[in-house]
Design a protein around this ligand. Sequence first.
Ligand code: 1AE
Length: 404
Amino acid sequence: MNHNCIATYRLYDDRADFHKKAESIAIGLTVGSWTDLPELQKESMRKHLGRVEGVHIYESDQPGERYADIAIAYPDVNFSHDIPALLVTVFGKLSMDGRVKLIDLQWSDDFQQAFAGPKFGVDGVRKLLGVYDRPLLMSIFKSVIGHDLPTLKEQFYQQALGGVDLIKDDEILFENPLTPIQDRVRACMEAAQQAEQTTGKKLLYAANLTGSTFKLREQALRAIDAGANALLFNTLSYGYDALHGLSADKDINVPILAHPAMAGALYPSPHYGISASLLLGKLMRLAGADLILFPSPYGSVTMPREDNQGIRAACLDTHMPMNRSLPVPSAGIHPALVPLIIKDFGTDVVVNAGGGVHGHPDGTASGGQAFVQAIEATMQGIQLADYAASHAELQAALHMWGNK
Ligand code: 1AE
């Protein structure tokens, strides 16, 4: 049985001896020094010593392009079974030591056992909605700050009338006197019931869980008490451990959507930070995110396609012994992009849009309907333009955003 966590790094350096560098990381981030230790002390320290697992050097004559992928094994005994301890061990001080990016982590079964993962995951969310055979559709509140409850309730109602499966708060809607979370949830769940009489569809409303870290549980329970059936959480600003605490709490029995706010400070550089697949895929799932949002390669805020596929793989990897997370490629999504999303992600995906719903020329409800129609068409193998001939909402959307 493996009792180590293996961290893989990419280091850029035109001249470095990467083997020496790997040794210095393995020793420096574990026992501190080795050759200078007396023999007796070496014996007692051996179980804490990091080990170089591999060094693959990619030579290049181009300045700034020589790099190596280095894998180091860190003994489990060195850190407690929580994500903060893991991250500080493998990338605490090292993250500030030159051009080095953390690419991947493989933790041991022992470490893994401290995490139950997403409470609902792909299958649980589908079961709550009664939707099994197509991508899910989510709409995002837009223009939330400074509005009162009746205004937000109406915006929610229009989104729900569009036939979406989920509606999420905008991540910038914090606790405020006009729309406190419990009142907002009550008003929106009322609107959901009203819309259900027309659409016949159940939906999940992910209310943004905000405020001091130490009051998050209280706030989540307040929202759930008021009828919240999902929560949105800005995970990276609070830390993975806060998400883990919420997802592992037996009283917080609703799906959690992890928002990627702040992620751009960490993944885009080839030289620094943490890879997108680890940051927004593996670690989010480990911490218990049922749905994970991230920028798609197609829209307004973009992420490279290979990073998206890395996140998707981490969300859905069946080797990870926990529920799978639903990938939610987002930002600048409009109905014409639906075939591309399904081609790249398959059907276990959430099509998610804010501007692409509310910006529809005939209004928010028509915006949702255009997405529903785009999903129907794609699932039936019909070109959007052909389907649009008999579906006015899709027709108007394609006219607005183009038929890609
Ligand atoms: C990557 C996060 C996207 C997000 O949270 C958001 O609000 C997107 O809005 P639209 O669809 O770009 O309007």
